[in-house]
Write a protein that binds this ligand. Structure first.
Ligand code: SF4
Ligand code: SF4
Length: 343
């Protein structure tokens, strides 16, 4: 890893030079919130964002993705990855991307995701503003962010740029960088550690204790019924989550009935139809019929089921689900802390 430093007054020129030669996606203001979107001008890049509405995984795994066009027995793949830089990703989203990388690689590699992922250079950046529902300081702290190509930290007089991979190193030529020093590195470490203590919400127990206790609460019907009492089954908590990765595949047929398009769409396990299956002859069965079953499933996935595969919880504490839930019941800290207090 090589360390570089760029002065504050030279930073916009660096971004200008990047956007002039590559496609850059970064955090941008959208009314009073933020979204990852194409950056055309340095002033559009808002590295002081708290969090974005949708997570950056949408750059590799779009909400709707055309997969294959077909006509009779002939077909053409629609995946056409475009090289881009995903700039300004917070560390918790880097962790979430690393999880989806793992999940889309295991067993059958999903090149609809991986092709876009491999064409992307990820420049992470430090959290300058903590979101009002974040709890990343207390969840999965044993899992370190990895998979990004560079890490940028805003210091007092400029930015420290840590080039981690060759892709990260290749961007240094676009800016007026000097060598970074140990004192820059120390300042960056203090800034990145301090932010973990500023989260407004927290889990009160460690990963293992939570995983064990949440799993043991599976049959406590009243716990899940109470937790899901006000749930609309809208699926918003799934849709905004950086670690959710379920999708549905649909074929749209043209009028000629021989050609069409296969696409995939983000799906959400909190919605009623997600677990409805066909029994044939128009009959269906829903194996998570009640909202309490679906609510429990989401918390089980985040806190226990995926732990072994991922080496930690499948929640990075971004707080997006808490903010997106109209009923304000999706917050994992509230649900899990309550379960941990059960006898
Ligand atoms: S469960 Fe909620 S807090 Fe955890 S990663 Fe998903 S959206 Fe973020
Ligand atoms: S927990 Fe909230 S966001 Fe999730 S499905 Fe229920 S109402 Fe919607």
């Amino acid at each position: 890893m090589n360390l570089y430093f760029i002065k504050s007054q030279d930073f916009n020129d660096f971004v200008k030079s990047l956007v002039g030669s590559k496609k850059v996606i970064g955090p941008k203001a959208k009314k009073h919130k933020f979204v990852f979107d194409r950056i055309e001008l340095p002033e559009d890049l808002r590295l002081d964002y708290d969090t974005t509405i949708l997570p950056p995984k949408k750059e590799f795994f779009p909400t709707t993705q055309k997969l294959v066009e077909f006509k009779g027995n002939h077909y053409n793949g629609c995946i056409n990855p475009e090289e881009k830089i995903l700039f300004g990703v917070h560390f918790y989203d880097v962790k979430a991307i690393d999880m989806t990388d793992h999940l889309f690689r295991e067993k059958n590699e999903d090149w609809n995701y991986l092709a876009n992922r491999e064409a992307t250079t990820i420049v992470a950046s430090n959290v300058q503003t903590v979101s009002n529902r974040a709890f990343y300081g207390s969840v999965g702290t044993e899992v370190k962010p990895k998979g990004h190509d560079a890490y940028l930290t805003k210091l007092k007089d400029g930015y420290l740029y840590e080039a981690i991979t060759n892709k990260g190193e290749a961007l240094v030529k676009f800016g007026k960088f000097d060598k970074g020093t140990d004192s820059h590195r120390k300042e960056a470490e203090e800034i990145n550690n301090a932010v973990l203590k500023k989260c407004p919400e927290s889990l009160k127990y460690g990963t293992k204790e939570i995983a064990d206790k949440v799993r043991k609460s599976f049959d406590k019907k009243e716990v899940w019924e109470n937790a899901a009492h006000d749930c609309f089954s809208c699926g918003s908590c799934n849709v905004v989550c950086p670690t959710c990765y379920c999708f549905d595949v649909q074929d749209d047929w043209n009028l000629d009935q021989t050609s069409g398009l296969r696409s995939r769409y983000w799906d959400a396990c909190l919605t009623e139809d997600f677990s409805k299956i066909s029994l044939g002859a128009g009959a269906t069965e829903n194996f998570r019929e009640h909202s309490a079953d679906r609510f429990r499933h989401r918390i089980m996935r985040k806190a226990t089921y995926l732990n072994e595969k991922l080496g930690g919880p499948a929640c990075v504490g971004c707080g997006r689900c808490s903010s997106a839930c109209t009923a304000d019941i999706a917050d994992p800290t509230k649900v899990i802390n309550k379960i941990m207090e059960l006898r």
